[in-house]
Design a binder for this molecule. Sequence first.
Ligand SMILES: NC(=O)c1ccc[n+]([C@@H]2O[C@H](COP(=O)([O-])OP(=O)(O)OC[C@H]3O[C@@H](n4cnc5c(N)ncnc54)[C@H](O)[C@@H]3O)[C@@H](O)[C@H]2O)c1
Ligand SMILES: [Zn+2]
Length: 352
Amino acid sequence: MTRTVRIDVGAGYDVTVGPGLLDTCGGALAPLCRGGSAFVVSDSTVAPLYLAQVRRSLEEAGLRVSSFVFPAGEKSKTLATLGHMLEAMAEAGLTRSDLAVALGGGVTGDMTGFAAGVYQRGISYVQLPTTVLAAVDSSVGGKTAVDLRAGKNMAGVFIQPAAVLCDTDTFATLPEKWFRDGLAESIKYGILTDRELFFRFDGLDRSEMPELIARCVAIKGEYVHRDPLDCWDRRYLNLGHTMAHAMEKLSGYTLAHGHAVAMGTVMAARYGERLGLTEAGTTEEICRIYSKNGLPVSCPYDAGALARAASMDKKRTGGDVTVVLIETIGRCFLKKMPVSELYELARLGLEG
Ligand SMILES: NC(=O)c1ccc[n+]([C@@H]2O[C@H](COP(=O)([O-])OP(=O)(O)OC[C@H]3O[C@@H](n4cnc5c(N)ncnc54)[C@H](O)[C@@H]3O)[C@@H](O)[C@H]2O)c1
Ligand SMILES: [Zn+2]
């Protein structure tokens, strides 16, 4: 039932996916913690559910455990929370040979990774993702961040985790909205490179999640291996994200990321189809699979607003943006376009 995917970047690390991993995490993590102290970070929703279990396992493995809990939600992903976390690490007496442990979703993982990257100029950290999105995306690849007033993920460092343990039993408590949100990114990997994976989401059997997550992680791992610092090839992972980021911004960040990615991917498909770049019928097929998994496929914003918001995206280089377009389900390509073309992407990407 348990699967392991090796991520081949830097020293390399294993992503282990399966049930029951929190109960045994101490045995897996103790060898990564020479100093003997683990600092577990979690949010106010996840901590009451899983922190005691993780603490018990780490202590049974002989580690000293301290913890830091912050209020759940994206609104906590700030420099202020990061500051409190770093102070708590110092108060706990954490040294360079100790270990930070991120127990939670992408918000927890992104901030813990950032703190680990800068605390005493860098200590090791591990990810224990408890959302589908964190499992298939944010826990792997070493991007960490906090939000600034100017936008999401505007400050951060690249630092790869020493290990990722994804206990799929934790999804039992994950609210349905967040479960579906992570499916959007999972389906994205199928559209990118794996047609068979894409169709596994047609009538998803949730007992197969460990296998599907491992496949998504393996795909992400390939991109991360080829492009650790997100300079070229890793941009493929941004399928659907140009318009998704614009929608998130327009919603004042109340729209969940995966839901925005679903709508953004549909827009990329429709734009490509209308220009004859994407195989006919692709948009319909993608809409069908997203809808079947409870994800939205029509965007509530107009083309002008989307284009304006998208043109401020941090991913642009000078006057150009690179967007990911779909050739057919399972194969995508990058297209560089002037920022002015974003309006056409939005206009042709919308229905009607
Ligand atoms: N670093 C990267 O490469 C990367 C990639 C994608 C997204 N991200 C970031 O990830 C964040 C989104 O991640 P997320 O969707 O996991 O958000 P999140 O961490 O806020 O988790 C979503 C909600 O689910 C709750 N939750 C988490 N696990 C639970 C569980 N097992 N049971 C019950 N409740 C649970 C959390 O408390 C939270 O309220 C964003 O900040 C985004 O920028 C980073
Ligand atoms: Zn994403």
